[in-house]
Design a protein around this ligand. Structure first.
Ligand code: ADP
Ligand code: MG
Length: 353
């Protein structure tokens, strides 16, 4: 955990340097400054990750109360790990009865099913029994027995989630089934936070939920934001390149983000529902750029599961979505529409044509 905190601090500093082009100290004296020069950042730990929100054009930290309040409000509905949350209630009632949920929880589950269909079951929120069996990245991690993996896999099937639009209920048809929105909820919440920031009268911000980034608007001087794409080899901690953009979300999934090690083998947190093991292909990390963080988050997990060839084909087939793939061999593959806004900065990587 300590190592992760250190890695995060380095990452935030790198990101801040890239993003601001100058200093990480954002709440400086406001004397002789125009609104354009003002900005303020706040870090927190929620959604099981480290978060930073930077607001531009203000140095008033009272905004953060309602912004982080929004994060907590949604996490309390969507997290399976919070007892009494709507998702926990759905799981508690698996095989028993449908559970009435808010429109927000309904919407996230509905979208998750769309991505399950699109990925032919690779992305599947009913993966939860397998996620908790492995408990990768937690103190409870252990290598499961094959029979336990088989039992957990039996419970994975998104087709057994019954949605009732009219009554706003969700029903898991089998006992012991459960759902985990970890691959999509951060994106959904990031979009909601962006909406909240606009409601508060601001129009320029960077929301970063552990690599799930929303660039809201542009910098107050009218220029685009610049975001660093993290170098995925954990021994380094630098960036491979930058993306210059405004008003988009950029979400990264990687095999380095959460993992456990046993007998010199690394087990990372994105699991293949068809093998029961962490997915194993040539992708080390993938960053998705989309208008909505909701989609970018679901797609980053989906594409990591699909692998390079299928993943790139899927991205190219979708309107308004771009991707940066980093392979284990330090190759970078770019979708067509991102070539103009991605700049390689590391000599350790090459862009493949
Ligand atoms: P991160 O949480 O590191 O940003 P992701 O968005 O890719 O990364 O989500 C990974 C999380 O999604 C896992 O920690 C787990 O809770 C869940 N998950 C793992 N495998 C799958 C899968 N095949 N389909 C849907 N969710 C998954
Ligand atoms: Mg995701």
């Amino acid at each position: 955990m300590k190592k992760n905190i250190l890695k995060y601090v380095i990452f935030v500093i790198m990101l801040s340097i890239v993003v601001s082009g100058c200093s990480v100290k954002v709440n400086e004296s406001t004397e002789n400054k125009t609104d354009q020069d003002l900005k303020i950042s706040k870090n927190s730990f929620s959604l099981n990750t480290f978060n930073t929100i930077t607001l531009y054009g203000t140095d008033d930290d009272s905004y953060f109360e309602s912004i982080y309040g929004e994060v907590t409000r949604l996490e309390n509905k969507l997290s399976v790990h919070i007892s009494g949350s709507e998702v926990a209630m759905i799981c508690d009632n698996a095989g028993l009865r449908p559970v009435k949920v808010s429109q927000e929880t309904f919407e996230v589950i509905e979208k998750s099913i769309e991505y399950a269909v699109l990925s032919e079951g690779l992305f599947d929120i009913t993966i939860e029994p397998l996620v908790s069996l492995w408990s990768i990245g937690t103190d409870n991690f252990r290598l499961p027995e094959q029979s336990e993996i088989n039992d957990a896999m039996e419970l994975i099937d998104f087709k057994k989630i019954v949605l009732d639009d009219e009554n706003s209920t969700v029903y898991l048809t089998e006992k012991n089934m459960s759902i985990d929105l970890g691959a999509i909820a951060k994106g959904y919440i990031a979009d909601k936070v962006a909406k909240k920031i606009i409601e508060l009268g601001l129009d320029s911000a960077i929301i970063n939920f552990g690599g799930n980034v929303v660039l809201l608007g542009e910098k107050p001087d009218g220029s685009a934001f610049q975001v660093g794409i993290q170098e995925p080899d954990e021994t380094r901690g630098g960036i491979v390149g930058t993306v210059t953009a405004r008003n988009i979300s950029l979400v990264t999934s990687g095999d380095y983000e959460r993992y456990s090690v046993q007998d010199n083998t690394r087990y990372h947190h994105i699991l293949d529902p068809f093998t029961g093991y962490p997915t194993d292909n040539n992708i080390k990390a993938v960053s998705i750029i989309a208008n909505q963080s909701f989609d970018a988050d679901a797609l980053s997990t989906t594409v990591l599961l699909q692998g390079l060839e299928k993943g790139l084909a899927m991205i190219e087939s979708l309107e308004g979505v771009e991707a940066i793939f980093i392979t284990k061999e330090h190759e970078i593959y770019l979708s067509e529409g991102i070539k103009d806004i991605f700049k390689l900065t590391s000599g350790e990587y090459i862009i493949m044509e």
